[in-house]
Design a protein around this ligand. Structure first.
Ligand code: AMP
Ligand code: MG
Length: 405
């Protein structure tokens, strides 16, 4: 039996090599409405105060707080967006709407709930102190204040803040472009009926969806045949069009598994064999300064390795500081068969029951069975050196999505 020349390394060592190798992509400016989900690349300071003028936080009457008259003359009205109301003098009030600028002279707003107005005169049921129901200048944001720091992930609130500050564009790390290729002479594209010995290429579609899920932009190269020249040209073409290349298939020990020798000639292989199941032949290299992931062809192996290694690489390139999934301790709901020779990542559903995380695997865990990933929200990390596990045992689980209830 021939042995792989690549030293077997642990999943943790592989993760470390990946994140030590890839770098964040250089910042770009994007329109604000395309910034959602990007990582901010420059600090943002408030250029002006918010609110920019003293405004009312209630519908009511702008008054002088120290005024003691039971009844006051209503001089007019101040609507949001208008500044036409006359100056408030002792013995008078101005009707005011939420968000409207406080008229000159006034120093408090009495809510409409405490007022009764009749024929141009208003009475109040109680006094309010100076400053009541007024939003002072700069209450939300002070001019010059540091608002957002580099590394922050832009969500709805951050987009809202940038709009508040008038920033139509924002400096962010771009979404990495990921070239995806499926290798294998047995593959046919979707829409073509498979002939004898042929199957449909599912990995191109699954990996493109995965890349999108992680925030990257897939560039699908399609099916590439197991031919050295064709593969080499496809790899170079893919890398010229993307920041990273992800292939599936062709990394095992078969005679037509050509990816590793091609990578040896074109670049540097950082690892080519992992002490894990599924995904043992997962290969990571640098070619022309860009990361290359050679994932195994089995559909589950390729997605599990993508989760474990492509995802952190993609996130680091996109500027994220947090690169790992939350890992928690879960209790097994049933016995699980596990070989002790290498670490195994079993697909599982984690639920929250009676204050405890409970895990059930997704049935048969063979590497071709994509159904084992369907509905899964966790990968159970079953350690090397430990054999079968029993119901009630505690194991570590990487949460790939938070359980919704
Ligand atoms: P390989 O890693 O090339 O030896 O392929 C391992 C297994 O995965 C084989 O059974 C292939 O037919 C299957 N496979 C490879 N690529 C794909 C793909 N793109 N879509 C679905 N199955 C694939
Ligand atoms: Mg193959």
């Amino acid at each position: 039996m021939s042995e792989s020349p690549y030293p077997m390394i642990s999943p943790e060592e592989a993760f470390q090599r990946v994140i030590a190798t890839v770098q964040a992509l250089a910042p770009v400016r994007v329109p604000l409405d395309e910034a959602l989900g990007h990582v901010l690349a420059a600090e943002v300071r408030a250029r002006e105060n918010m609110p920019p003028f003293r405004s009312s936080s209630m519908d009511g009457y702008a008054v002088i707080a120290a005024d003691t008259l039971a009844e006051r003359e209503v001089l007019g009205e101040q609507d949001a967006g208008h500044v036409h109301a006359p100056r408030v003098r002792p013995g008078t009030a101005v009707r005011i709407m939420t968000g409207a600028a406080l008229p000159e002279g006034a120093d408090a707003v009495i809510p409409v709930e405490y007022a009764s107005e009749d024929t141009g005169r208003v009475r109040f049921s109680r006094p309010f102190p100076a400053g009541a129901n007024i939003r002072p200048v700069g209450q939300d944001l002070a001019a010059g204040e540091l608002i957002l720091s580099p590394g922050l992930v832009l969500g709805a609130a951050e987009v809202g803040l940038l709009a508040t500050l008038g920033q139509a564009e924002v400096e962010v790390h771009p979404r990495p472009r990921v070239a995806i290729m499926a290798t294998g002479d047995e593959l046919v594209p979707l829409g073509q009926a498979p002939g004898p010995g042929q199957i449909r290429d599912s990995n191109s579609h699954a990996l493109a969806a995965f890349v999108r899920q992680v925030g990257g932009v897939p560039v699908v190269l399609g099916i590439i045949h197991d031919d050295e020249d064709i593969l080499r040209r496809a790899i170079l073409d893919g890398l010229s069009r993307a920041d990273m290349l992800v292939s599936s298939g062709g990394v095992s020990m078969g005679r037509r598994d050509l990816i590793k020798p091609i990578l040896e000639a074109l670049g540097t292989i950082h690892f080519g064999r992992l002490a894990q199941k599924p995904g043992k032949p997962t290969t990571f290299a640098t070619v022309q300064g860009k990361p290359f992931f050679g994932l195994p062809g089995f559909p589950v192996s390729s997605l599990v390795s993508a989760e474990l290694y492509v995802r952190p690489a993609l996130r680091k390139m996109a500027g994220f500081a947090a690169l790992r999934r939350l890992e928690i301790t879960v209790r097994l709901a049933h016995d699980i068969r596990h070989e002790p020779d290498r670490m195994e990542f079993q697909r599982a559903v984690v639920t929250w029951q009676n204050g405890q995380a409970l895990a059930r695997n997704t049935g048969d865990q063979v590497s071709g069975r994509l159904l084992s990933l369907v509905g899964a929200n966790a990968l159970l990390r079953l350690p090397q050196g430990v054999a079968d596990l029993n119901a009630g045992d505690e194991v570590s689980a990487l949460l790939t999505s938070a359980p919704e209830v």
